[in-house]
Design a protein around this ligand. Structure first.
Ligand code: NDP
Ligand code: MG
Length: 373
């Protein structure tokens, strides 16, 4: 059966790789919609090549060759069999909820959706009978390892450690934007690359895993694994550990998520060889250097509105860092200060999540202005 797919964020790192996967899969997919942000030239090239019926760009420039619909209109369209949510940041949340309400399965790359509103999104998906298949490589690995979640004792999430793994705290404090963006293993969008440098990305992934697999935070462990070959693992109650391995390539988890439960050869670029890999190292994270990880566990465990704060403050601070307004460590100091001042509210509905998200962004920007003066 030909699957109809829409890709939100087709001009981004995940979106572009998804199109490569789809191209390699031949006639398995029909692209219904493609969407981009400011890179309208690339979006127009993609439209010319893949001929989607619908498209959207947050930029005001013209889109050629497809009917313009909003992200939510695209997600409400029941012609879709699956939607790949690969926009970055908070803009993923609303369209994801719309897709769930329309009964459409989701391949979810946008982890911020679950960090902000996992308590709303996951029960809604369950109620609507919608599958949420993770694209994030760690969660995709865990998804592949789990047969029966009730028999799983622990999730083990691996982290490459990012560009500052072997650098001192001092070096990290004075890091330039270029240094923070020089990830040793993965080529990704700027926001997630900075998050990977502070290990906030791993913190967001811990919260994402909690929601996707319904696992207590005390049973989610992070281990640093610089080679990024073991993409994550689970430990069953009887002590048996199952891990998923592979060369570090997002093509594999993207393809897994959009073709689930089937598997195809697709874009597989080369075979995995244990003897070529030769060694795999694992170590505990440095919790003092990577305080973001501590903050994310704390926010996740406290629950309610605190993960919304963590996410909004982090997104604003990362953006300020990328614009050269603050230093790398300021990101974490800002997140911590915002979290410390916040009074936790439980059981937010989706409107309250967006309202709080806005308030926290305003407070974070004020703090950023103070620091950058
Ligand atoms: P990118 O920044 O590369 O891509 C983001 C996409 O969103 C682009 O298509 C961009 O358009 C679009 N976009 C930006 N702003 C808007 C807007 N206001 N309205 C509509 N679209 C917009 O990010 P990544 O692909 O790296 O990441 C996407 C998501 O996937 C993130 O949540 C990330 O955490 C997650 N993820 C990414 C991984 C990776 O390897 N890259 C791995 C695991 C998870 P444009 O470029 O045209 O401006
Ligand atoms: Mg990941």
């Amino acid at each position: 059966m030909v699957k109809k797919i829409s890709i939100l964020g087709s001009t981004g790192s995940i979106g572009r790789q998804a199109l490569e996967v789809i191209e390699a899969l031949g006639d398995k997919f029909e692209i219904l919609a493609l969407t981009g942000g400011s890179n309208v030239d690339l979006l127009n090239e993609q439209i010319k090549k893949f001929r989607p019926k619908y498209a959207y760009s947050s930029d005001l420039k013209a889109i050629n060759g497809a009917q313009t619909l909003s992200l939510e209109e695209i997600c409400a369209n029941k012609e879709n069999d699956i939607i790949l949510v690969a926009v970055s940041g908070k803009i993923g949340l609303k369209p994801t909820i719309t897709a769930i309400n329309s009964g459409i399965d989701i391949a979810l790359a946008n982890k911020e959706t679950l960090v902000m509103a996992g308590d709303i999104v996951m029960p809604l998906a369950k109620k609507s009978g919608v599958n949420i298949i993770p694209v994030d490589s760690e969660h995709c690995a865990i998804h592949q390892c789990i047969k029966d979640i009730s028999q799983v004792d622990k999730l083990i999430i691996t982290a490459s450690g990012g560009p500052f793994l072997r650098k001192s705290i001092e070096e990290m404090k004075n890091a330039s934007v270029e240094q923070a963006l020089a990830h040793p293993r993965w080529h990704m969008g700027k926001k997630i690359t900075v998050d990977s440098a502070t290990l906030m990305n791993k913190g967001l992934e811990v919260i994402e895993a909690h929601h996707l697999f319904g696992m207590d935070y005390s049973r989610i462990e992070v281990v640093v694994h610089p080679q990024s070959i073991v993409h994550s693992a689970i430990e069953y109650v009887d002590g048996s550990v199952i891990a998923q391995l592979g060369i570090p390539s997002m093509h594999i988890p993207i393809q897994y998520a959009i073709t689930y439960p089937e598997r195809f050869e697709g874009i597989k670029s080369r075979s995995f060889s244990f003897s070529e890999i030769a060694r795999l190292d694992f170590e505990k994270p440095d919790w003092d250097k990577f305080k973001a990880l501590k903050l994310a566990y704390y926010a996740g465990e406290a629950g309610g509105s605190l993960p919304v704060c963590l996410n909004a403050a982090n997104e604003e601070a990362v953006f300020a860092f990328l614009c050269g307004k603050i230093k790398l460590f300021d990101i974490i100091n800002i997140v911590e200060e915002i979290m410390n001042k916040h009074k936790i509210v439980k059981n937010l509905d989706i409107d309250e999540v967006f309202k709080l998200d806005n308030e926290i962004r305003i407070k974070s920007r004020e703090l950023i202005t103070k620091i950058s003066l």
